[in-house]
Design a protein around this ligand. Structure first.
Ligand SMILES: C[S@@+](CC[C@H](N)C(=O)[O-])C[C@H]1O[C@@H](n2cnc3c(N)ncnc32)[C@H](O)[C@@H]1O
Length: 670
């Protein structure tokens, strides 16, 4: 424990370095106490020290400020960014916690630098909860920003002889995209950003280098509820702002828009999670730009803040064929939502992980030319990861447009005369759902379950795809009937793609489609897919997201999992269908493991001989755990658990080698 100690949270006791390095380190610190925790006495003393709440204050820097911000907003859920990082140099005199600590007065020294420039790369992470939701600020890694300048330079090359040009970034944040531009390039740039503390940094770093910053200087009334008056790119004032309009209205200027628009989707899980807490103002939903967009666009494209930027770019800024838009965004605006139907010139795929988010996914930066083209079916873009602080080419990634959803062709929308309008519904965990719901369940002997597969993308894959023994409480799918369930299973299989292919190049790029429906139905009819459909069934039987369970419902009916291979109480539909399947080596191995699993399952004290168990039901009802004295989770039946794990490995390999290629062939995955 040295004089540089921070507040001890969870500290792991371990050897910190080999002896010689340790001696070197020792030179730099004066020790308050030296402990040899190889001895019991000293080890106990160490634990006592760790339990104390004595601490010394620390100086804030880039490495710890985000942690302090998170703790600050947690402790003060109504606090805003100004109250955390406010500085004296602004026209608005809000002195923030970091400059005059109160909540953390025992932990941090006041930050004495006059501006927040040092935290420019972290300004998005210092936003309060509401801003995080409304501003969708995810900063671009400087290496990616630099790489995308190649596209800006391509756009500059297209400026016709005799024209000048401007590069506009309406949502510049603290100016990452502009940082590596040359002096000449910067002299063509117009930047703005709506968040006040970003604007302050922008002004300080780029204010005197760019052609315009909006607003050009900070006035007494610039600060407005944490925002910059006049800089909301979605407002009417901004769109009609004379500073930009003078170029738009002048044909001698070529317009290049270069932006990473904010990313906030109202249907995203992050958004939903926060809904329960403080209400977001969601100003963009009622903005001028959004109102105008609603007049021309409908559907899910309207749920995404980034799309409003994209739409307005073409609507209000680009006018000549040689104008360009270089935009960062997940690809769905082009791929699934068809928001842009323009000539594509070039683009790159980047790893979303390097935009201050946790998920790995594909972000495309595309150079669009302002000429109509709705015929493009595929974009091929080079993928770049960041490895060892360098952009590193990995492969060329095709992005294919999708035109149809599963529900257009594959959902079974038949009603049967003998359908009974009553029954139970299930929750996502496969058990009966007892809470209120609006879904109207059906019962029929020809029903074996209910499948939900919705949304073309792979956000929240476990919610947006399910297989249950009865109707799902919130619908989103259709009943699987005994006469055609097999041909429906590829949709379930496709919906598992992202779980088995977690690379950043897949999420956000690959989606579900029904574009191959005609070929699929043709080949189905002529029997070409018979063998493969059995493989899909085998996969479904062993896939743990198949949440079909056997139980007695509150309606007194016995619901039985028919898509499993437990034949203790007689054959199931799956076992009957698979009995004549000619199995290859990996299929035989999976079958053997399954038999072992069932055998182990039957030995557990939780086993109920009246039920027909699928893998999932065994996992959640029989493969039970307990906590040992060290609070570690241990399995009551390690053999059973080990076999379940091994099967999962086999299933993954099997899925990627036997199922996935055909899913792509028929464009269930595209
Ligand atoms: C994805 S970040 C990109 C920031 C920066 N260009 C970069 O690439 O690192 C989007 C930025 O848009 C800003 N923003 C959000 N809504 C805005 C609006 N209505 N008008 C202007 N800027 C906005 C956010 O504050 C955020 O800085």
């Amino acid at each position: 424990l040295t004089r540089k100690s921070k507040i001890p949270r969870k500290i792991k006791i371990r050897e910190i370095a080999p002896k010689n390095k340790f001696d070197n380190i020792c030179k730099y610190f004066s020790f308050l106490e030296t402990l040899n925790y190889g001895t019991d006495i000293d080890a106990e003393r160490l634990i006592d020290i760790l339990k104390t709440t004595n601490h010394i204050r620390i100086h804030l820097d880039e490495n710890c400020i985000v942690g302090w911000a998170t703790s600050y907003y947690k402790a003060n859920p109504n606090a805003n960014k100004a109250s955390f990082i406010g500085d004296e140099k602004s026209k608005v005199k809000i002195i923030g916690e970091i400059r005059k600590p109160e909540v953390f007065k025992d932990y941090i020294y006041p930050y004495t630098k006059p501006t927040n420039e040092k935290f420019r790369y972290l300004m998005d992470k210092l936003n309060d909860f509401i801003q995080k939701k409304d501003l969708g600020a995810f900063y671009t890694d400087p290496l990616y920003a630099e790489k995308s300048l190649e596209l800006v330079r391509e756009a500059i090359k297209r400026v016709p002889e005799g024209n000048d040009y401007v590069i506009i970034d309406r949502c510049a944040g603290t100016g990452n995209l502009e940082l590596k531009m040359s002096k000449t390039e910067l002299s063509h740039v117009i930047v703005s950003t709506v968040e006040y503390y970003e604007y302050k940094v922008l002004l300080e770093t780029l204010g005197d280098k760019v052609r315009h910053i909006i607003p050009p200087t900070e006035a007494e009334d610039t600060f407005y509820n944490g925002q910059v008056r006049g800089a909301d790119a979605l407002s009417e004032d901004y769109i009609k702002s004379p500073i930009i309009k003078q170029y738009i209205d002048n044909p001698k200027y070529t317009i290049i828009l270069f932006e990473n628009p904010p990313y906030a989707e109202t249907t995203s899980i992050e958004h939903q999670k926060r809904k329960a807490g403080k209400k977001s103002s969601l100003l963009w939903k009622s903005s001028f730009a959004m109102q105008k967009m609603r007049e021309e666009v409908n559907g899910i494209a309207l749920n995404d803040l980034g799309n409003v930027f994209i739409w307005t770019a073409f609507k209000y800024y680009l006018r000549q064929p040689t104008d360009s838009y270089i935009v960062y965004s997940p690809v769905k605006y082009w791929k699934a939502q068809h928001l842009v139907n323009k000539e594509f010139l070039k683009g790159f795929a980047f790893n979303r992980k390097f935009f201050h988010v946790n998920t790995e996914a594909t972000i495309m930066v595309a150079l669009w030319n302002n000429e109509d083209n709705n015929k493009i079916e595929e974009l091929d873009i080079d993928g770049f990861d960041i490895i060892d602080s360098k952009t590193s080419y990995c492969k060329t990634l095709p992005i294919k447009r999708i035109y149809h959803q599963y529900s257009d062709f594959f959902f079974d929308k038949r009603n049967f005369d003998n359908d009974i309008n009553q029954g139970i519904v299930c929750g996502l965990n496969g058990s009966e759902y007892m809470a209120n719901h609006t879904f109207k369940p059906l019962f029929n002997d020809n029903i074996l379950g209910y499948i939900s597969v919705y949304s073309s993308g792979f956000d929240n894959p476990d919610t947006k795809a399910s297989l249950l023994v009865a109707g799902r409480y919130d619908g989103h799918g259709f009943y699987l009937r005994k006469d055609n369930y097999l041909e429906k299973l590829p949709m379930f299989a496709a919906s598992r793609y992202i779980t088995y292919n977690r690379q950043w190049t897949e999420r956000g790029r690959i989606m579900k489609s029904a574009d191959g429906a005609e070929r699929y139905f043709h080949d189905l009819k002529v029997g070409k897919l018979d063998a493969w459909l059995l493989k899909c069934l085998l996969f479904t039987v062993f896939e743990p997201q198949n949440h079909m369970r056997s139980f007695t419902g509150s309606d007194g009916r016995k619901y039985r999992n028919e898509l499993c291979l437990d034949i203790t109480n007689g054959s199931t539909i799956a076992s009957d269908t698979l009995k004549d399947m000619v199995k290859n080596e990996s299929e035989e191995k999976m079958m053997l493991l399954w038999k072992k699993i069932l055998k182990e399952a039957k030995k557990t004290s939780e086993y109920n001989g009246d039920l027909t168990y699928g893998l999932y039901q065994i996992k959640v009802e029989l493969n039970t755990t307990y906590k040992n004295e060290l609070d570690e989770t241990k399995y009551n039946y390690p053999d059973l658990n080990g076999d379940i794990k091994s099967l999962a490995e086999y299933v993954k390999t099997y899925y990627n080698s036997e199922i996935v290629p055909v899913l792509f062939k028929y464009e269930f995955l595209k």
